[in-house]
Write a protein that binds this ligand. Structure first.
Ligand SMILES: [Zn+2]
Length: 465
């Protein structure tokens, strides 16, 4: 198990730097912050962050607005240039998502939700969140978190199985980090920092702000304001998740003020003044993000449905729910793509790194040119046929899937399975908003009589969100 091995290495190499002792009778000393030592090299960290950022961009809508982007980057790069930023290659993107959140991935990619811009009162407060998040990177808290195998296993509940089901390999380091990144965007459970990490990120962040010319007190004030709104009727969306991933280490305002007494600089004039209200207006005028195909495939934690056939497990994603036999596995291959629900040996790794369905079910989404089901179905069948010269379409008819109008196309093709290359596929299509849901239920004709009742049972459990 690769991840366990890595975890052991990380734990073994942690070096504890003692906090500066405050001896009686001596002048108080500034508290030392600790850079966590891990066995990951900076290059590995950067690579992990890069993979995770790609997953974030597959599933979330990055705001493309030159003015807002320029504003965010200016703040970020000012902070990145300080010694406290520890020379990581930071970059900053705004994502169209109304909940309060911002997260920096190992190595430096950082994403700020528009909901956070809306909730902030000043540019200094936004700079405070950036500085705090960047400090988690600079102090290598994320890399340190990756040593928590237990957390990973929870994250990997669905996805880890995918790596296991093709060729028996474990979900490797990259695979896990990708999932971590994807989940991070929505599920703060994935990156829950300790209170010590929080305090260090606050102190390092406050020093970073001061060095860049932003008011360090704004960091604590913003956190305090958000903590004050917790549980209120008008609690901003996402606040609970945000606060639980950054647990309060005590009186942030007090210890940041104490720390500020050690700072040389007293004037903080970096804020650009009029730009912030302008950006807030721009952000408030954005239409809600449209779901992307990859968003719909993202697994969500939900209560398993109780009306499934006996012995079935339940997989729920943002877009749909599907039940499947307990001995089967469900997951998404490394690097994204459709969700596979297969028995042992039901999927095969291809030469090009892709995963091929042999027996079982594969679900995916696409964005068709037309939102008319019949037109969208023709479009996808045509493109499938173009990519597969063995494919033969037999029949298409309207059906119901999960209580929704759908089309069922029966087709045959060939797989790379040399012993038994023929394949029969029941290909379902259904519109979900502007996206086309596709589900291929497949088996070789030689096994069709055993496979069909199971595939039918699985199909009957499909539900749309
Ligand atoms: Zn934090």
């Amino acid at each position: 198990m690769i991840y366990r091995y890595i975890a052991a290495m990380l734990l073994a190499s942690l070096t504890v730097v003692p906090a500066v002792a405050q001896k009686k009778g001596k002048a108080p000393q500034q508290r030392e912050v600790k850079v966590q030592k891990t066995s990951l090299s900076k290059e590995q960290e950067t690579q992990l962050g890069k993979e995770a950022a790609a997953e974030v961009e597959r599933t979330m809508e990055v705001v493309s607005n030159p003015q807002a982007e320029a504003w965010l980057n200016k703040i970020g790069q000012r902070l990145a240039a300080t010694p406290q930023a520890n020379a990581y290659p930071y970059y900053f993107k705004l994502v169209n998502e109304d909940s309060i959140n911002a997260f920096a991935l190992p190595g430096g990619p950082m994403f700020v939700h528009t909901g956070l811009i809306k909730a902030a009162e000043s540019e200094d407060q936004v700079a405070g969140v950036l500085a705090h998040e960047m400090s988690h990177v600079a102090l290598r808290h994320g890399a340190n978190q990756m040593s928590k195998a237990q957390t990973w296993q929870t994250i990997m509940g669905v996805v880890g199985a995918a790596a296991g089901m093709v060729g028996g390999g474990q979900c490797g380091l990259m695979c896990q980090a990708i999932q971590m990144g994807g989940g991070l965007a929505e599920n703060s459970v994935l990156m829950k920092f300790s209170r010590d990490h929080e305090r260090d990120a606050d102190l390092n962040g406050a020093r970073m702000m001061a060095a860049a010319g932003y008011d360090p007190a704004a960091l604590a004030k913003f956190f305090q304001k958000l903590e004050g709104q917790q549980g209120a009727a008008a609690q901003p969306k996402g606040l609970q998740a945000w606060l639980s991933s950054h647990p309060s280490p005590g009186n942030r305002v007090q210890y940041i003020q104490d720390d500020m007494t050690f700072y040389a600089r007293r004037e903080y004039t970096a804020s650009s003044g009029s730009s912030f209200p302008q950006v807030q207006k721009t952000v408030a005028a954005l239409p809600p993000a449209k779901p992307k195909p990859a968003t719909m495939l993202q697994p969500v934690q939900a209560q398993a449905r109780t009306n499934l056939p006996q012995g079935f497990k339940d997989l729920q994603t943002k877009g749909f729910a599907i039940g499947y036999p307990g001995a089967w596995q469900a997951g998404q291959p490394q690097g994204g793509g459709g969700i596979f629900v297969v028995p042992q040996g039901g999927a095969a790794q291809q030469q090009n790194g892709g995963v091929e369905l042999i027996t079982g079910v594969m679900i995916d989404y696409s964005k068709p040119k037309s939102t008319d089901l019949s037109a969208a179905t023709s479009e996808i069948l045509q493109s499938l046929k173009q990519g597969d010269q063995n494919m033969k379409l037999e029949s298409t008819k309207p059906v119901q899937l999960g209580g929704k109008p759908a089309m069922l196309t029966r087709l045959t093709t060939k797989t790379s399975n040399q012993q038994d290359p023929q394949q029969t596929v029941l290909f379902y299509t259904s519109m979900q908003g502007e996206l086309l849901f596709t589900m291929a239920a497949a088996a070789p004709p030689s096994q069709w009589s055993q496979a069909e009742p199971v595939l039918t049972q699985i199909t009957s459990t499909v539900q749309f969100k």
